[in-house]
Design a protein around this ligand. Structure first.
Ligand SMILES: Nc1nc2c(ncn2[C@@H]2O[C@H](COP(=O)(O)OP(=O)(O)OP(=O)(O)O)[C@@H](O)[C@H]2O)c(=O)[nH]1
Ligand SMILES: [Mg+2]
Length: 410
């Protein structure tokens, strides 16, 4: 009997095998690092990774994701060990799921998107983000229903193309479509309310913390102001945006902590979280946080920039905040050989040379936070003066009253 994909407080830690394909041009190190990230996603849900399988393929095999030989290897492993699920690093097509289900009878077959959806659903706090995740889950489920049903009817000994299973499938599809419509309706109502709320804040300078997941956005939020935001060494600790009122040297602004990005973020999540992501779209200034101690931080910058472009926030004044300098490890290269930057100092030179507006800090160890504040202050002030050209004569008390906000003085 196939196990259901749900997490209860079971006594046993669920176990998984991870599977990825890696293009020939990709280094082994890169492939391993991607799988580490997938294992970290699984770990965030309390799933223990037992083994990983990588196959060198430019594209997943259209029938079974990996080739025949590799699949046999996986099936043999699964038969031998206590494996609850197999997690694939890419989205599975209908054909993949169908064929894999057949080969891997007793094991749950899931993909990266489903894993991320599950994390989001555990992390969602507000009514809005809960609805957004639910919507994304139904959207994920709809095209996959046929598979679920064919599996179901096979188990009940169902046969043929038509019959009760088929009708029930149609009914289920309709129910889910109705659900999707209803959720969209509810969300658009909330959306209107938050647009109104945002409008009332219209004359505030807005700053948003953005970046790859787990880079330290929430920690920075806590160290810039007095906020107390949930920070944890897990992926997607923050799913809901948190807005804080701040004042730096008498200039008020709003600082928003936002949901982190990741490679291959499921599209329905970007779609579903549009209104949460509006906090980024509406921001005047972005603090793009980067974990410089991560092997692939430059690729992370690229993923974040691509996602920002996708949601229409790619061209905002941005301060690149290189965080975690305390855990950065210098790289050794043979002397006198040309090499990429290998120390924080060299990275600084390289980014300064490119003319990037950036700062290097450790939020956890409170290193260089003053410089971050100064740079941020300059950007906020420029924007503030642009909104309030007559700022010298401006009555700040009046501004705070007008906005209906109470600012915490720094
Ligand atoms: N060594 C070190 N660790 C840090 C630093 N800043 C944050 N961390 C740690 O990195 C982990 C992630 O920090 P968060 O602030 O939750 O990161 P985030 O970007 O908000 O993550 P998501 O909300 O999941 O996207 C936590 O374990 C932090 O303690 C730093 O400067 N140095
Ligand atoms: Mg966070």
């Amino acid at each position: 009997m196939k196990k259901e994909f749900q997490y209860t407080s079971e006594t046993k830690e669920p176990t998984a095998v991870l599977v990825a394909v890696s293009p020939k041009a990709q280094t082994t190190q890169k492939a391993e690092e991607y799988l580490d990230e997938l294992a970290f996603l699984a770990e965030t849900l309390g799933i223990k990774t037992l083994k990983t399988f990588v196959q060198r393929l430019d594209m997943p095999d259209p029938k079974t994701f990996v080739g025949k030989g590799k699949l046999e290897e996986i099936v043999a492993y699964v038969k031998h060990y206590d494996v609850d699920m197999i997690i694939f690093d890419d989205d599975l097509t209908m054909a993949h799921s169908r064929n894999l289900d057949r080969e891997l009878q007793d094991v749950m077959v899931i993909d990266r998107s489903l894993l991320i959806l599950q994390i989001f659903s555990k992390r969602a706090q507000t009514a809005q983000s809960k609805l957004q995740v639910e919507l994304a889950q139904y959207q994920y489920m709809l095209p996959r229903l046929t598979n679920l049903w064919s599996h179901h009817s096979r188990q009940r000994g169902g046969i043929g193309m038509k019959g009760p299973g088929e009708t029930e499938l149609e009914t289920d599809k309709r129910i889910i479509r109705d659900k999707i419509a209803l959720l969209k309706q509810k969300l658009s109502k909330i959306d209107k309310q938050s647009t109104l709320r945002r409008k009332s804040r219209d004359r505030q300078v807005r700053v948003a913390l953005v970046g790859y997941t787990n880079v330290g956005k929430s920690t920075i939020m806590n160290s810039i102001g007095k906020a107390d935001v949930f920070a944890e060494n897990k992926l997607f600790a923050t799913v809901d945006s948190t807005v804080r009122k701040m004042v730096l040297n008498n200039v008020p602004f709003l600082l928003t902590d936002t949901v982190g990005f990741i490679r291959k973020l499921p599209h329905m999540l970007i779609e579903g979280f549009k209104s949460t992501l509006d906090d980024i779209v509406d921001a005047d200034i972005l603090l793009h946080v980067v974990d410089i101690s991560h092997e692939s931080f430059e690729e992370h910058i690229q993923v974040v920039n691509e996602t920002l472009n996708e949601i229409g926030a790619g061209d905002k004044p941005t301060l690149l905040v290189f965080n975690k300098i305390d855990t950065f490890e210098d790289k050794e290269y043979p002397p006198f050989e040309e090499h990429p930057p290998s120390t924080i100092e060299e990275w600084k030179q390289s980014y300064f040379a490119k003319g990037t507006n950036c700062v290097f800090i450790s939020a956890a160890k409170k290193q260089n936070i003053e410089e971050l504040r100064e740079k941020l202050f300059k950007m906020v002030t420029d924007k503030f003066y642009a909104i309030y050209p007559n700022h010298e004569s401006y009555d700040y008390n009046k501004l705070w009253l007008e906005s209906g906000e109470n600012f915490e003085a720094e």
